[in-house]
Ligand binder design. Structure first.
Ligand SMILES: Cc1cc2nc3c(=O)[nH]c(=O)nc-3n(C[C@H](O)[C@H](O)[C@H](O)COP(=O)(O)OP(=O)(O)OC[C@H]3O[C@@H](n4cnc5c(N)ncnc54)[C@H](O)[C@@H]3O)c2cc1C
Length: 408
């Protein structure tokens, strides 16, 4: 009798793993606890699914935040062009947008899921929905017992764990794979939210709720050590900050979680301190007979003015022509270095991805097989790898899924 393969988890990693194994003539069953496949994939890219990224492989690797080198083999074995070609074969045309982001031409994530379902059916994978695995036991090499939540049992020679991360748990990604990995002797690194908004201590931030700042620079520091820097768009919320650069920041600062993290915004990154001062002088001349609180309209968004006025320590009713050189210099400094204190990440359930996972030291990067348990494989977000936004996280799922399916 041929070897039986069980793939646990019907997300992108599990679907690609199962279909790849099926394409090699293996006897594969894909178990998914939901009543449909790809529930998380359905909500990706705001329902449009940023399938992957059209950059060179080296660029894709650069956008990986944790354990880049672990992914070389996977990305070169099944690349961004491979997934695009595969989807095309199964009826999905794609388009490239800003930042090399690839989307289905139809803008519908459901089309991508349907294509992967056709692929699974073409490769004769048996898909079992509403099947929740509760535990996995290793009997001996290449022999496993799977126990389902209804207590039934099945036996397999190879297992691929593709249960995803721990965020957006309503999609089914409840972190079960971490528990399976641990029970089979693996270490799981600290699990934290990544690509997630951040909470800020200062109360004034709340007053800015809804304000979006484009083309600003953000920095994060632990003590005097700069741990992150980026340029782009930031959004103030009722709890703190969000927006593309904040999501990226969260992925990089989470290894410093527990330390005191200072976030600094440069509101005018295109201007040096000197140029900004010249610009301020011009505005102050124009508004010389106005009060300070009414003099910043040309420079800042309306909502931000009262906050900057308050933080500047310049009397808001002072007439502009009375502002001293010292005060002006301090104002420049404030605009270039608006400081905030990071207090926490939003809860992991609001994170786009989970940072941490099954230790990459215990997985063979060329096959995705466990170095601890023969016949056991991992694929996708359950592994301790994660990337920035731009289609890279889904590419991790396909590439690691492919290797697991190929080698199981
Ligand atoms: C809102 C949002 C938007 C995103 N947008 C993008 C994007 O546009 N581009 C991008 O690259 N990435 C995006 N991501 C990230 C991406 O969705 C994930 O990294 C990716 O889905 C991980 O794939 P996976 O197959 O490893 O896990 P998942 O997609 O999480 O799939 C795991 C599956 O395993 C099943 N499962 C879990 N436990 C069990 C069990 N015990 N028994 C049976 N089945 C089980 C789950 O039900 C689930 O279906 C987004 C994430 C979120 C939350």
């Amino acid at each position: 009798m041929g070897k039986r393969v069980a793939v646990i988890g019907g997300g992108p990693a599990g679907m690609i793993a199962a279909a790849t194994a099926g394409s090699l003539g293996k006897d594969v069953v894909l178990f998914e606890k939901n009543n449909k496949l790809g529930k998380k994939m359905f909500i990706t890219g705001k329902g449009r699914c940023n399938i992957t990224n059209a950059g060179e492989i080296e660029e894709l690797i650069e956008n990986i935040v944790a354990n880049k080198s672990f992914l070389y083999s996977a990305f070169y074995s099944f690349s961004n062009t491979d997934i695009v070609e595969l989807l095309r074969q199964y009826g999905v045309e794609t388009k490239i947008e800003r930042g090399n982001r690839i989307f289905p031409a139809s803008d519908k994530s459901s089309d991508v899921i349907k294509a992967l379902e056709r692929y699974l059916s073409h490769e004769k994978v048996k898909v079992e929905l509403n099947k929740e695995i509760k535990s996995i036991e290793k009997l001996n090499d290449d022999n496993f017992k799977i126990i389902f939540s209804n207590s039934s049992e099945q036996y397999f020679n190879k297992i691929i764990i593709a249960t995803g991360g721990k965020s957006y748990q309503q999609t089914g990604s409840t972190g079960d794979g971490y528990m399976f990995a641990k029970s089979l002797g693996h270490s799981v690194t600290d699990l934290r939210p990544a690509l997630v908004p951040c909470e800020i201590k200062e109360e004034w931030v709340k007053e800015l709720q809804g304000l979006s700042l484009k083309n600003i620079k953000i920095y994060a520091y632990v003590g005097s050590k700069k741990i992150f820097e980026d340029f782009g768009e930031l959004l103030f919320t009722h709890y703190g900050i969000s927006g593309p650069i904040v999501l990226s920041m969260s992925s990089y600062i989470n290894k410093y979680y527990g330390s005191k993290i200072k976030v600094v915004i440069d509101l005018k990154p295109a201007l040096t301190n000197e140029k900004l001062e010249t610009r301020l002088l011009k505005d102050f001349e124009k508004y010389s007979k106005k009060q300070f609180k009414n003099s910043l309209e040309d420079l800042l968004p309306r909502k931000l003015i009262p906050i900057i006025v308050r933080l500047s320590n310049i009397d808001e009713d002072k007439f502009v022509n009375q502002i001293t050189r010292e005060e002006r210099k301090e104002l420049v400094n404030l605009l270039k270095n608006l400081e905030m204190s990071f207090s926490d990440f939003r809860p992991i359930n609001e994170a786009i991805v989970t940072s941490g996972g099954v230790s990459t030291l215990q997985i063979d990067s060329s096959s995705m097989e466990s170095k601890i348990v023969k016949g056991l494989f991992f694929a996708g977000e359950v592994i301790d790898v994660h990337a920035l936004t731009g289609g890279y996280n889904l590419q991790i799922a396909y590439s690691t899924g492919y290797l697991a399916g190929l080698n199981c």
